[in-house]
Write a protein of this length. Structure first.
Lengths: 592, 694
């Protein structure tokens, strides 16, 4: 039994090893590749459950908490930490003190989990199971490489969420692009090259800016703290910067001036990843061309990296700038919710419809995060997981339909419920989860996001409520047009388009036109169980999130978020203690 | 005891639902109704016992009993030094969330429960006959079980958030049951229409719940519906209270099919008839009425919201009655009549007087009985006619279906509001309450009892948002209501005569040669319901005061107010006469086959068409909402392609290659040019270095 502290690290390592094993297997043997991959993702998922069971929920912030309490809580929530150096540490002679000193690289392989990353790691590990299962028969060409890439992607995703070092985070952040780039580019649809390139360059362009922003944070922190070495550790940076903003007027002034630039840099990468309107156009293309597993993972987890970035970096590291850009982000989110829903309504391609619905749903997520209160942040984080589950399941279902008929055109389907009752049941559950029906997961995230935003700003909260009407409209239209009414099946085209046939040259057996088989039921089942669980008993999940969210909220409140809702104070009294960050810094400057 | 009952009531249908869902398709098959019928019956027994196990005490005057099941979600906002708490506008305006799944039983919910489970049991028994040949027999009963559970939980909700949860859950069941025969495109479309239109109402409801949450810091009934808390909010910001009331009412408009969101209910008749009876007549659609009745303390402090509720209710009642006049589909007549009767309930709720609220709730209960009876009767006809429900296709069925005929007559008389049947008592109370508002000198009771803090006289002189002084407005509403009562009697008996009389027996082809009275399993529930429809008013209405007395535990002051109010003889006599007139007119026109109806229809020309075409409301919606939204979505699709992806993204992606074009002419391949450039550059460099040195 290994020490439990290494668990996050092990969870990154297991899929990496798995990828190697898959590649080692005989290239021609599809069975060997897929069974190895499946065993590996199940093992990782079991490890993620161990992660949950070993995660101890700390006490929430005491009343009238100060920075010390907050720091203490952050320390408690960050569990199962492990840290390795890149190089072996050297011992050198310190010329000044004359003593020996251990010199280590400031960049470390540091892993840990807290309440924010916990569920995202579980989500990544969970979604891999349906991703492997839906590829079972769909991937004919070079299966070993496909599954190896998928496992690399899993390692990257778990790494992104558990990395506690900025450089490590960034490496994983970019690393997730590469497997998906190949998955789309090699196993995708007819326009896969263009889709893969657009997806890669678009997101890379944003994330390079994000990297500059992250580096600037590191440099600024060192400069302001007069430390001799750079620190890349995310928790240390967060603590140090928050302390600098709060304590010294000179530092606060400095951060006041640079934070809008940092925010802009972070925003560039994360907003594209989310994707926030108007940076969403890479998404439908990538989804349409991606193989089913690619779509499941892209929508299910990759988009979450963007919102995770906002929650992990933008909000705690530049709280003042985040608050200052409240209206910008909230308006983009609200526009995205409604615009994405309208676009989804106009689509004739099932995958495009689901892709645009992602734009709409991720809008709710950002709306929750930028509500700057615990209810909203909880909602935003829940919404990330819920969207991963329901949209992942939707894409899986679309893939199953595609395997049977090789078309995604909504108009060519009708009345399938009669022929595929199991699929109809699964689709109804997933569709209603996506609509936000209470009792299923979608509701918990949407309602808390909206409540949080409503508390902060009534207008945005109310406007985005309109998204739930449109959401019901386009989702139920999809269900009605494909599964209800008279049975209408697309003509089975044995003549594939040339590109497809190239890849499925030895695909002589079609998926039989039968209802879901056991493999497909398992793929959907692992998603439907948490869909009900989160819907019926969200407290199990939110209880573990909150200790990590509260300190962020406290910082945001101290940095002016409290003023946002000030215009509509419930008891009719305007808060007097808290001042806007600008005013605060001005006061500080004058007092100096 | 109460504790056990409250837990048991929702549990039985839920277990039945699970049981049927798991074992229905394989093993239960045509016995799938048994678990659900048993679950509903047990639940009904518990609900009846519950009526007697909520005794009020000194410490607990309402006799309410709350059982917390589990913590659904708890989110605590940090209280940080230097940041004011939520009450003072801090903490991001958020009071934190403490949502529990709890069951709250009081006399109001117990009444609803008893009615709901009783009607549900009968409908399930009836459905076991009606749905007998359906291939998805088990699916039907599984969803009905889920519905009964959800509706029970809705009624037992202890907070607005929980109410919203089950509000949507019953909407889901409604969607699934309307679209039960999903292969019929109309059924699939009707189910979706119901859900989406309801979502529009839910939009308002959710906004109302959010507003309650940020105003009161909680959504628990115990905290929100607290007289002192409400009074404080009202004093601070009366508009806030009105906004909350109107938002909640929007939800009620959707669920209870009020104008202008009533359009989904007639289409919902595409579902199996037992569903129409249970969900779209007796129980689910009354959830809006229940919600407003539950929020009586809120509405009492907002005269504006009251007048809105009344006016919407009255418009709906009148409009739906006018449409019902010309419909040929028996189920649609009943559907519009449901819309109309729900309008009556809101008319009563909007009076703001406790008598009106009591009347509305009583009408809810009696309506559940006689409307379920009428729908099941219509289903019985439909069953015999081989699925045909168009009244032009059959007539003179009295001999053929004697039991259905008699029970339908009882239901029709109750709906028409003829004494001493139940409909008379409840409708009369509502009209009496409206009349009271129209003649304020009668009103002394509620003000004196101190339950309405604002003096009624002062309220009555206020000008409502509709431009009329309150008394005049309610006077108008009273007469419109009375006119609607006349229409109700007329269209009910039009349908009755057209079906069971109107010349010699005629049976559509679809029925074949063996059209017959329905089996006993379908007829017995009709008899039970008709006893209820006949006697409920007499037993529990004004004469005995039992209903008001029981409800008065939850709505303090109701019993006294009702007692003072007594029976308004003017109203009673007028509405009886009006109902008799309606029945008589229908007798003249439709008892025997006659040319009068055609002549009248031709005479009324445009009005007939307006009524037949349901005031073109579906078309108006299509033109004003559906088409523009579809157009907008196509426009956004185009804009996304042209502007966002085309101009913005592709435009930006061109920049690097454009930048690359700029220095391209320099690389022209001419050695002379390169030499020249080198020389010039060296010269510039040297000049720069030298000039810097000097």
């Amino acid at each position: 039994m290994f020490p439990i502290d290494y668990l996050p690290f092990v969870m990154v390592a297991v899929p990496l090893v798995g990828a190697g094993l898959v590649l080692l297997s005989a290239p021609a043997s599809r069975d060997q590749a897929r069974w190895t991959a499946l065993t590996n993702v199940i093992l990782t998922f079991v490890l993620s459950l161990l992660l949950v069971s070993r995660y101890r929920v700390p006490e929430l912030l005491p009343p009238n908490a100060d920075a010390v309490d907050r720091q203490q809580l952050v320390d408690q929530t960050l569990q199962m930490r492990s840290s390795f150096s890149w190089l072996s540490p050297r011992t050198v002679e310190d010329p000044v003190a004359g003593a020996q000193r251990v010199v280590d690289t400031p960049v470390r392989l540091a892993f840990a989990v807290d309440g924010i990353s916990l569920w995202l790691i579980v989500l990544s590990a969970l979604l891999m199971i349906p991703a492997v299962l839906v590829s079972w028969n769909a991937i004919e060409e070079r299966p070993a490489r496909f599954y190896a890439l998928m496992l690399l992607l899993e390692a990257g995703l778990i790494g992104v969420f558990s990395a506690q070092d900025i450089i490590l985070f960034y490496i994983f952040f970019e690393f997730t692009l590469i497997p998906l780039f190949f998955m789309i580019g090699i196993w995708g649809g007819s326009d896969r090259r263009w889709a893969a390139r657009k997806f890669f360059i678009y997101t890379l362009a944003g994330s390079v800016l994000t990297f500059l922003g992250l580096l600037f944070i590191v440099l600024s922190e060192q400069w302001m703290s007069n430390a001799s070495t750079l620190t890349f550790s995310i928790p240390e940076l967060t603590a140090s910067i928050q302390q600098q903003i709060a304590s010294s007027p000179r530092n606060a002034d400095y951060w006041q001036h640079v934070s809008p630039w940092i925010f802009a840099a972070l925003f560039a990468g994360f907003a594209i990843k989310v994707p926030l309107f108007p940076f969403h156009t890479w998404l439908p293309l990538a989804h349409v061309e991606a193989p089913t597993a690619g779509s499941v993972l892209l929508a299910g987890v990759l988009l979450k990296i963007g919102s995770y970035g906002f929650l992990r970096f933008a909000l705690p590291l530049v709280p003042g700038a985040s608050v200052a850009h409240f209206h910008l982000v909230a308006i983009l989110a609200v526009v995205g919710i409604i615009y994405g829903a309208l676009l989804a309504l106009a689509q004739e391609d099932i995958k495009k419809l689901v892709a645009y619905s992602s734009v709409s749903h991720m809008g709710f997520c950002l709306l929750g995060l930028f509500a700057f209160n615990t209810v909203g942040l909880t909602g935003g984080l829940l919404q990330m997981i819920n969207h991963g589950l329901s949209t992942g399941a939707l894409f899986a279902l679309v893939g199953m339909l595609y395997e049977r008929y090789h078309t995604r055109d909504i108009a060519s389907y009708g009345g399938l419920a009669r022929k595929y009752p199991r699929m109809a049941f699964c689709l109804l559950v997933v569709a209603f989860s996506s609509i936000g029906l209470p009792g299923l997961n979608g509701f918990t995230g949407e309602v808390t996001s909206l409540m949080g935003m409503f508390a902060t700003n009534r207008l945005y909260g109310t406007l985005s409520l309109a998204g739930i009407i449109l959401g019901a409209w386009y989702t139920l239209s999809l269900v009605r047009r494909t599964f209800f009414g008279r049975l209408r099946e697309p003509v089975q085209s044995h003549q594939h388009s040339p590109v497809v046939s190239h890849h499925q040259a030895h695909d002589h057996h079609h998926t039989p036109l039968a209802d879901l088989n056991l493999r497909e039921l398992c793929a959907l089942g692992v998603l439907i169980v948490p869909i009900f669980w989160i819907g019926l008993y969200p407290q199990f999940f939110t209880r573990r999130m909150q200790p990590s969210l509260q300190p962020i909220v406290a910082v945001l409140q101290e940095n002016g978020a409290v003023m946002l809702s000030g215009t509509a104070t419930p008891r009719g009294e305007r808060p007097v203690q808290a001042a806007r960050p600008e005013q605060q810094s001005v006061n500080n400057t004058t007092s100096r | 005891m109460a504790d056990f009952l409250v837990r048991a009531i929702p549990l039985f249908p839920l277990l039945a639902c699970f049981f049927v869902a798991l074992f229905g398709a394989r093993w239960l098959r045509d016995k799938s109704h048994l678990p659900v019928a048993l679950g509903c019956a047990l639940s009904c027994a518990c609900a009846v016992l519950l009526l007697f196990s909520l005794p009020p005490s000194a410490s607990n005057p309402s006799g309410q009993k709350t059982v917390t099941l589990y913590q659904w979600m708890q989110v605590t906002e940090p209280v940080v030094s230097g940041i004011p708490p939520w009450q003072a506008g801090g903490a991001g305006g958020s009071p934190g969330l403490d949502a529990q799944i709890a069951l709250r039983a009081d006399s109001l919910s117990a009444t609803m429960l008893a009615m709901l489970t009783f009607v549900a049991t009968l409908v399930v028994i009836y459905a076991s006959g009606y749905m007998h040949d359906d291939r998805a027999y088990w699916r039907f009963f599984a969803i009905v079980g889920l519905f009964v559970f959800s509706m029970i939980m809705l009624v037992l909700s202890a907070s607005f958030l929980q109410l919203f949860v089950f509000w949507e859950a019953v909407g889901l069941c409604s969607y699934l049951l309307i679209g039960f025969w999903y292969e019929k495109p109309e059924a699939a479309a009707a189910g979706m229409k119901a859900f989406v239109v309801n979502r529009i109402g839910d939009f308002g409801f959710a906004a109302g719940v959010f507003l309650i949450w940020v105003t009161f810091g909680s959504t628990d009934f115990a905290k929100v519906l607290d007289a002192s808390a409400i009074a404080e909010v009202a004093q601070r910001n009366p508009y806030l209270l009105t906004t909350i009331c109107l938002c909640l009412f929007t939800g009620a408009i959707g669920k209870s099919a009020q104008f202008p969101l009533h359009v989904w209910l007639p289409d919902a008749m595409e579902g199996p008839t037992p569903v129409s009876a249970l969900i779209h007549a007796a129980t689910m659609v009354t959830a809006g009425v229940y919600l407003v009745a539950r929020c009586t303390p809120l509405y009492q402090l907002s005269p504006t919201a009251q007048s809105f509720v009344s006016v919407i209710g009255c418009i709906t009642a009148l409009l739906a009655a006018l449409i019902a006049l010309t419909q040929n589909d028996l189920k649609r007549v009943l559907a519009y009549s449901t819309v109309s009767q729900l309008g009556f309930m809101f008319l009563g709720l909007g009076t703001g007087s406790l008598v009106g609220v009591g009347g509305a709730m009583f009408h809810l209960v009696t309506h559940a009985f006689f409307k379920a009876l009428l729908f099941l009767g219509a289903g019985s006809v439909m069953h015999a006619m081989g699925g045909v429900i168009d009244m032009r296709e059959f007539r003179g069925l009295k001999k053929l279906m004697p039991q259905t005929h008699t029970t339908f007559l009882v239901g029709a008389l109750a709906l028409a509001g003829l004494p001493p049947l139940s409909g008379f008592w409840s409708k009369d109370t509502i009209l009496g309450a409206v009349y009271e508002q129209a003649h304020p000198h009668h009103v002394t009771v509620s003000a004196d009892e101190g339950t309405v803090p604002e003096a009624t006289g002062e309220v009555n002189s206020q000008v409502t948002p509709f431009g009329l002084p309150r008394a005049k407005l309610y006077n108008l509403l009273y007469w419109l209501g009375t006119f609607t009562a006349f229409l109700t009697a007329f269209y009910t008996f039009r349908a009755f005569f057209l079906t069971f009389y109107n010349g010699p027996e005629k049976v559509p082809h679809a029925a074949g040669h063996h059209a017959h009275e329905s089996p006993a399993v379908m007829c017995r529930p009709l008899w039970v319901l008709s006893v209820g429809a006949a006697l409920l008013g007499l037993l529990f209405g004004h004469l005995t005061g039992v209903f008001d007395g029981f409800l008065g535990r939850t709505i303090p002051g109701l019993a006294e107010a009702a007692h003072e109010h007594g029976i308004n003889w003017t109203v009673a006599v007028v509405s009886t006469l009006v109902a008799l007139a309606g029945v008589a007119l229908a007798w003249v026109m439709y008892k025997e086959e006659s040319p009068i109806p055609a002549r009248v229809a031709a005479l009324a020309g445009p009005f007939t068409r307006l009524s037949e075409q349901r005031f073109y409301l579906d078309e108006v919606y299509k033109l004003l909402v559906v088409r523009p939204l579809e157009a907008l979505s196509q426009v956004s699709r185009f804009a996304d392609w042209l502007l966002v992806d085309g101009a913005l993204v592709t435009g930006v992606s061109r920049i690097p290659s454009l930048l690359g074009q700029l220095p391209r002419p320099i690389q022209n391949g001419l050695v002379q040019f390169y030499a020249l450039a080198m020389m010039l550059a060296t010269a510039v460099l040297m000049w720069a270095l030298l000039s810097k040195q000097t």
